[in-house]
Design a protein around this ligand. Structure first.
Ligand code: UTP
Length: 281
């Protein structure tokens, strides 16, 4: 499997669509059934072979750093009580010792492109993965699929793509492309939040990216675009060699309450499935 040495997690946003749940708890730590969104994202990065995880966060979201630290007192307490299942769950939630964890701060929410750019000084050599943890992917690990499909030299960006209803295109970056049979389709361009009447397709960019390091050079020169924010989409569009990737899993938009409910029910079913199978034997 091709590996992605660095994965960047932009987690500095304010999560306003989830208020008041996100008033004191970062959106990325909201649980989906029994596991925070952040943990799903970290597991997906590790499955893609990441050796460095770069979190672009905000000083008021220190609970994210706290979550990723080892919890010796908790582990000791669980070990003493013989709660081995819970101890394993806590241990599985930590990042392996040979994987770097780096935190950089984005003090102002100046946009996803600006957030990703804050990671520029911390990249290992090679293509860079980006995960937006509020897009939860269940099923085959999406970023690992994308790492395998990424062709350095031919592609400057490979972006997870999902068809959305026409009345939703203005919430997404939309690909200008003609989807074919292959999982990775070249795109002529990518337009941020178009009017439904002007949208070049209904194929939307969702929260997984594999980027050639040259995208970071473009980002440095990218002016604020839609909404006065520095858009990742704009930098990707001007770097060129864009590809849309049809992933095989299922995406849940956990940036809003209904998405969290749908994802929770799906994870509940996943967790209960082994027990049901045993019962059926
Ligand atoms: P969203 O558009 O979902 O923004 O950002 P948000 O602030 O998290 O949520 P709402 O819209 O207010 O409810 C997508 C991802 O990009 C990150 C967010 O943390 C989220 O993971 N982001 C966005 C940043 O890190 N910085 C930004 O300036 C903007």
């Amino acid at each position: 499997m091709a590996a992605l040495p660095t994965v960047v997690f932009p987690v500095a946003g304010m999560g306003t669509r989830m208020l008041p749940a996100t008033k004191a708890t970062p959106k990325e730590l909201l649980p989906v059934y029994d596991t925070p969104l952040l943990q799903f994202a970290v597991d997906e990065a590790l499955a893609a072979g990441a050796r460095r995880l770069v979190f672009v966060s905000h000083p008021e979201k220190s609970a994210i750093e706290e979550y990723l630290r080892p919890a010796p007192r908790l582990e000791k307490g669980l070990a003493e009580k013989g709660k081995d299942d819970l101890l394993e769950a806590v241990r599985n939630a930590s990042v392996p010792g040979d994987v770097d964890v780096v935190f950089v701060m984005q003090h102002e929410p100046l946009g996803l492109g600006h957030a990703v750019l804050q990671a520029a000084d911390h990249l290992l050599e090679g293509p860079v993965g980006v995960i937006l943890p509020d897009d939860l992917m269940l099923g085959p690990p999406c970023l690992a699929e994308m790492a395998d499909a990424f062709v350095p030299g031919d592609m400057r960006s490979l972006i997870a793509a999902q068809e959305v209803p026409r009345d939703r295109v203005s919430s997404y970056g939309i690909f200008d492309c003609t989807p074919g049979e292959a999982a990775a389709t070249p795109a002529r361009g990518l337009v941020e939040k178009p009017d439904p009447d002007d949208a070049p397709s209904r194929l939307a960019a969702v929260g997984r990216y594999v980027l050639d390091p040259s995208v970071f050079d473009t980002l440095r020169d990218t002016e604020p675009g839609t909404g006065g924010e520095i858009q990742l989409t704009d930098a990707i569009a001007s770097t060129g060699a864009i590809h849309a990737f049809r992933f095989s899993g299922t995406r849940f938009d956990c940036g809003n309450p209904d998405g969290i409910v749908d994802a929770t029910l799906a994870v509940q079913q996943m967790r209960n499935a082994p027990a049901l199978n045993v019962a059926a034997e």
